[in-house]
Design a protein around this ligand. Structure first.
Ligand code: ADP
Length: 169
């Protein structure tokens, strides 16, 4: 990558990746020379992810294998510091319902205060994914609902497996 390359970071917990996340990553890959998908690797006892960091990264790698300018990295620092570390001036986030707006507006101000050299670009969720979240998918899967159209191939099977394991322990 040349020093003039436009790099962006798509941060998230991706627990697991959904088709909504994938849509934002694909659209970012059209807009930027390089996309770094940054996967949060910090778990408090309260917010313990269902899938470990390696598996979350593996799902994203498989789902984005056709996108040459996308790479995936774990991170456990401030997202603006991570952006600086990889040479990105832009963080890309998806905006779903109005409920996302308030939180993102606040985070945007806080991040700008920490790092005026890094800006955040918001992509509106595609209509078919505007109500799709990892937590919603997990909830539907817990009760045996069909999630095949909501997550990339392979993720649905692992999700059912993992949730049934949790039900029996
Ligand atoms: P979630 O909110 O589903 O737990 P993350 O914390 O992993 O997801 O979110 C990472 C980023 O992906 C955030 O910017 C979030 O707004 C965006 N995102 C998540 N789901 C969607 C979707 N269905 N459409 C557009 N953007 C999304």
């Amino acid at each position: 990558m040349s020093p003039e390359s436009r790099i962006c970071v798509c941060p998230g917990s991706y627990d697991p990746i959904t088709n909504g996340h994938l849509d934002i990553i694909q659209r970012s890959a059209e807009l930027f020379d390089e996309v770094v998908v940054a996967v949060v690797n910090l778990s408090t006892r309260k917010n313990k992810p269902l899938f470990g960091i390696d598996e979350r990264i593996g799902f994203i790698e498989t789902a984005t294998s056709d996108l040459e300018n996308v790479r995936i990295e774990p991170f456990d620092i401030l997202v603006v510091d991570f952006a600086r570390k990889v040479g990105a001036k832009t963080i890309v986030k998806g905006l779903r319902a109005i409920s996302d707006f308030e939180y993102e507006f606040e985070m945007h101000q806080l991040n700008r205060m920490q790092a005026p050299d890094v800006d955040t670009l918001y992509l509106m969720a595609s209509p078919q994914y505007s109500f799709l979240s990892s937590s919603g998918v997990k909830e539907i899967a817990t009760f045996g609902g069909n999630i095949g159209d909501l997550v990339p191939e392979g993720v649905a099977e692992r999700l059912q497996e993992e949730l049934s394991r949790h039900r029996t322990v």
